[in-house]
Design a protein around this ligand. Structure first.
Ligand code: CA
Length: 316
């Protein structure tokens, strides 16, 4: 990012442990303004998501309005919780009830009002299932043209050597494939940031995490608890050796500093919505110059740059 340009963000989140770290990155970034947080059912139910969003905003001293959104997907029932982020979404860490209350108007309405009020200004960062974004598009289809960009956590990489093992692994898409199909089928300029990009060397290592508590403060202490939880999940679910993947933080880095994307491909993205084992599968076809497809798939990331951004946000 150059000069004093401020990145204006709207963050839609089903706030679990990695969303919390991503939100801290945005709230503490010196040249970003988070003007709205909306919550959606996904990693946790929408009530917990709303409480978690208010808590993280309080922790960062931010009075950003938080609007609760969809309590479940557009069509299907809410999938059973997987417990990845603990029952409350924040690794079952017990924390104080947030001082502030959520706003009354529902998330899709709040998103439309913000985007319509400042056309071309906002990057929308979707860290959970796309239900609120799809509902916003249904209310006002022109938000597709009015957002500067929508960064979405999900989708595969256009690289058959690194497939996701099943559509259900691509949780944000799979949890509401109808919503994902509506968003990816619209004219909205979406950047897909696959969870695959948070794996490998993008994972946070135990050594990197050891550096965080040396600057003790409420944010560092909270961030360390979130990172420890993610590392435990990595051990239990993937047999990793203390590394933690933080998909939503990677996507937030892309939203905050688009220059961290060092490889991307314009694609047409289609989402399978037929019931069955392929439900939620995203198919990517490289876009021709005239195709009108609005999706860009991030394929390579400046990992050192991302880690610098994460470290700066979580210290102190
Ligand atoms: Ca999330």
């Amino acid at each position: 990012m150059s000069g004093t340009h401020v990145k204006r963000l709207l963050v839609d989140t089903d706030i679990g442990t990695d969303d919390a770290l991503a939100l801290i990155m945005a709230l503490r970034h010196p040249r970003a303004s988070v003007d709205l947080v909306t919550t959606v059912s996904g990693n946790v139910d929408v009530e917990n998501a709303t409480r978690n969003a208010l808590y993280v905003a309080d922790l960062c001293g931010a009075d950003v309005p938080v609007h609760p959104g969809a309590a479940g997907p557009l069509v299907r029932p809410r999938p059973a919780p997987r417990g990845f982020h603990g029952e409350n979404g924040l690794g079952n860490l017990h924390y104080l009830t947030p001082a502030r209350l959520p706003r009354k108007s529902p998330a899709p309405v709040a998103l439309v009002e913000r985007i319509a009020g400042s056309p071309g200004q906002y990057t929308l960062v979707a860290l959970g299932p796309l239900t609120n974004v799809a509902l916003g598009l249904a209310l006002e289809p022109r938000i597709a043209e009015w957002v500067e960009r929508c960064v979405v956590v999900g989708g595969p990489l256009p690289d058959h050597n690194r497939p996701l093992s099943s559509p259900a692994d691509d949780f944000n898409i799979w949890a509401d494939a109808e919503a994902a199909a509506a968003v990816l089928g619209s004219a909205m300029p979406v950047t897909l940031v696959s969870i695959q990009l948070s794996r490998g060397t993008a994972r946070s290592t135990p050594e990197e995490r050891d550096a965080v508590p040396r600057a003790p403060g409420p944010v560092a202490a909270f961030a360390t608890a979130m990172l420890d939880h993610l590392a435990r999940q990595g051990r239990e679910r993937y047999d990793w050796h203390g590394e933690a993947a933080i998909p939503d933080a990677v996507a937030m880095a892309v939203a905050l500093e688009p220059a961290l994307v060092i490889g991307s491909v314009a694609c047409c993205a289609a989402v399978e919505t037929t019931e069955g084992p392929d439900y939620g599968r995203v198919s990517l076809t490289p876009a021709g110059a005239q195709s009108g497809c609005a999706t860009r798939v991030c394929t390579r990331l400046d990992i050192a740059g991302y880690k610098r951004l994460l470290r700066a946000a979580l210290s102190g």
